[in-house]
Design a protein around this ligand. Sequence first.
Ligand code: ASP
Length: 193
Amino acid sequence: MKKLFSLLAILILVAQVQAQLPRIIILATGGTIAGTGASSDRAGYTAGKIPIEDLIGSIPTVKKIANITGEQVASVGSQDMTIDIWKKLAIRANEIFTKNEADAIVITHGTDTMVETAAALAAALPPASGKTIVLTGAMVPYAFGSSDGLFNLGSALSFAQTLPAGVYLAMNGRYFQWDRVRKNRETGVFEAI
Ligand code: ASP
């Protein structure tokens, strides 16, 4: 009986800790962060193949960081991003914030047009939404051990909890305001402007 009470107490404690964690919804759109294939050069892999659930499950400490849920909005390389996908992202983001379904949103995205999507969302969302959106991606496909994707996703989840309301990009351990960053087309590195 004593053991049963201890177990119950632990379960209640775990539930309380879980309830206190921030809630983050990841809206996935594809990109190299979800890419897989025979090799990591551009011709050797396809972007947007790995489902968001697998990405989330690949971060060992994920349950300690936040209450995280993933939604697959699209599965494209961001060179193929469309206005239709932008609309879906904006409508869902607005709904999440209006209905208070989450404290912040992280968006996984290809790097080629990540800045453009960030700008579109910043323009589409009412400033009163008052919450944080962080876009992130990768330069090396998920399927390769050296991928920067999980590191970037982990950083984005942390930044999403601490940054004030607004739209940001998280890459290489840094965050950038959406209108203060560009992707250097020669090096592929995101740099502040
Ligand atoms: N072409 C890919 C895309 O933008 C590259 C990347 O994900 O970084 O989706």
